[in-house]
Design a protein around this ligand. Structure first.
Ligand code: NDP
Length: 287
């Protein structure tokens, strides 16, 4: 009887000791958001703008970035600027961080969110594509983190890494993408441990997302994945909250993801079976 009671007391203490999120936490903060020309990144930029942050956003498409910057300024950003280029090149990733140093004079939050394009189908055996995707989705995250460390140490800042259920569990039809997301978990979870050992005051938040209704995800998978997508606006806000509260992981949507992770650890074959039932294979073949 004592053990479950102690568990309940601990759980109650943990939840009551948690700090609540307040939008003011982001006011005046200097934030980089990658992949902010569309989808979840774009929505994060708008939330941060409404909270009064200084923003530096990046992606490849200049025209889209200009529009997002203009909207951010309308929404109340303390400042909003952009830099365009491709994260396939780690030199560009480092350049973005240097720009933040020059334009913002420091950095409080680094939100790593971009992904390169991939296919949604059976693995085609193209090793070159896996390598390219690792460069865009993984190595550029590493390069930006390394370059940003001095500024983040100075500010006691945060790194927010946008990942996926496909970075925790095996899903079909996203083999190269999934590999890059698992790599992020390995790198950032290990780095978090070293930060703790070295008393480095930088938080790392890994965000585990389910299916979200961004244009690109809907175009790739809407008629094949049977799970209803969750809204990108709410998803973007949950990521920002988790980063501001320095949580180790964010799950969106919480209950579904937590339950799946529990099954992964206790009944992996059952979870794999349930996942395979969530696809319309006829529609996949038509693609
Ligand atoms: P989008 O495709 O909507 O956005 C991707 C962003 O990355 C765009 O701004 C795009 O802009 C940019 N980008 C693409 N290629 C490059 C490149 N080579 N260099 C630099 N930037 C690039 O993606 P989502 O909003 O759907 O996804 C955002 C994050 O959420 C990703 O990390 C994804 O893995 C994660 N996620 C999404 C899910 C979903 O269902 N939507 C599910 C689980 C996780 P541009 O083309 O202008 O460069």
């Amino acid at each position: 009887i004592l053990i479950p009671f102690a568990g309940l007391v601990l759980a109650f203490w943990f939840y009551s000791a948690r700090e609540d999120f307040k939008p003011e936490m982001l006011k005046g903060k200097r934030v980089i958001v990658t992949g902010a020309s569309s989808g979840i990144g774009e929505q994060m930029a708008y939330h941060l703008a409404q909270m009064g942050s200084h923003l530096l956003i990046t992606a490849r498409t200049e025209a889209k970035l200009q529009k997002v910057v203009a909207r951010c300024l309308e929404l109340g950003a303390a400042s909003a600027q952009h830099v365009s280029g491709s994260m396939e090149d780690t030199a560009f990733a480092e350049h973005v961080v240097k720009e933040a140093e020059e334009l913002l004079g420091g950095l409080d939050m680094l939100i790593l969110n971009h992904i390169g394009s991939s296919y949604f189908h059976y693995f085609d055996g193209d090793v070159g594509h896996v390598r390219k995707l690792l460069e865009t989705n993984f190595l550029s995250y590493v390069a930006m983190t390394v370059s940003a460390l001095p500024m983040l140490k100075e500010s006691g800042g945060s790194i927010v890494v946008v990942s996926s259920m496909a970075g925790k569990v095996g899903f079909p039809f996203t083999v190269p993408y999934s590999a890059t997301k698992f790599a992020l978990d390995g790198f950032f979870s290990s780095l978090r441990q070293e930060f703790a050992l070295q008393n480095t005051n930088i938080s790392i938040t890994l965000c585990i997302l389910g299916f979200i209704n961004t244009d690109s995800a809907m175009k790739a998978a809407a008629d094949v994945v049977l799970i209803p997508p969750a809204p990108k606006e709410e998803c973007a806000l949950e990521i920002i909250k988790g980063g501001a509260l320095r949580q180790r992981e964010v799950y969106y949507k919480y209950a579904t993801i937590k339950f799946s992770l529990l099954l992964r650890d206790w009944a992996a074959d059952l979870l794999d079976y349930l996942i395979r039932r969530e696809y319309n294979l006829e529609n996949l073949e038509k693609k």
